[in-house]
Write a protein of this length. Structure first.
Length: 218
């Protein structure tokens, strides 16, 4: 039967590792990255293997290796294509308002909330990386980009304190992490904690900005 022979020849010519009915392409690659981010945000990067990602995606490990020859390569691509664009958006709050900490931090909070609401993996992955024992994404980021941006941020915060624009009692080393936590900790729990089912993204932003601007006193 000609049709059967054509099907068999197609199967034989199919590149090893590709799932049946799928050609290698950008869509498949993006889908695999989506699945990897989902697992990374749930379990932490250190606990997720390429085999686990392949299983979740319903493809062979060879298929995953077709696009990413190692987990390290996958993490590098996720850092470059998914994480850094978000990080750069957050950083613009400071680059566009270098002399006004109130505006900078307000914009940072709003952008963080927008990104966390749009990308379900963002907040829980940040939590996994910040409090986990093996912060692989952070290690990759430092290896590729160094600590220059971190040091420049600390210098900016110190300058604002010297100019009287920022409370001198604040610790520059803790301030950014503290403000990010005000936003991303609630977002990381919204989808898993029934007690927060009535909390909205706007509630999280308003809560964070109130603490920033007025503290917790009456």
């Amino acid at each position: 039967m000609p049709a059967q022979k054509d099907k068999e020849q197609s199967e034989k010519s199919r590149r090893p590792g590709r799932p049946r009915g799928k050609a290698a392409g950008a869509d498949n690659r993006e889908q695999l990255m989506d699945i990897a981010l989902k697992l990374f945000s749930q379990q932490g990067i250190a606990r997720v293997s390429l085999n686990a990602i392949a299983k979740e995606a319903g493809v062979t490990p060879a298929m995953l290796h077709y696009y990413f020859n190692s987990r390290e390569a996958l993490v590098d691509q996720i850092l470059e294509e998914r994480f850094m664009p978000l990080r750069n958006r957050i950083a613009t709050a400071f680059s566009e308002h270098p002399d006004d900490p109130l505006i900078s931090f307000t914009l940072m909070v709003k952008v963080l909330a927008e990104l966390a609401d749009r990308h379900a993996w963002f907040a829980p992955l940040w939590m996994q990386e910040m409090i986990g024992e093996m912060p692989i994404l952070r290690q990759h980021m430092h290896a590729r980009f160094g600590h220059d941006k971190h040091h420049k941020m600390l210098e900016t915060l110190a300058r604002w304190q010297e100019e009287g624009k920022l409370n001198r009692e604040l610790s520059p080393e803790l301030l950014i992490t503290t403000l990010i936590s005000l936003v991303l900790v609630p977002f990381s729990r919204l989808r898993t904690d029934e007690r927060l089912k009535s909390v909205t993204p706007d509630t999280i932003v308003r809560h964070a900005l109130t603490i920033m601007g007025q503290g917790i006193g009456g």
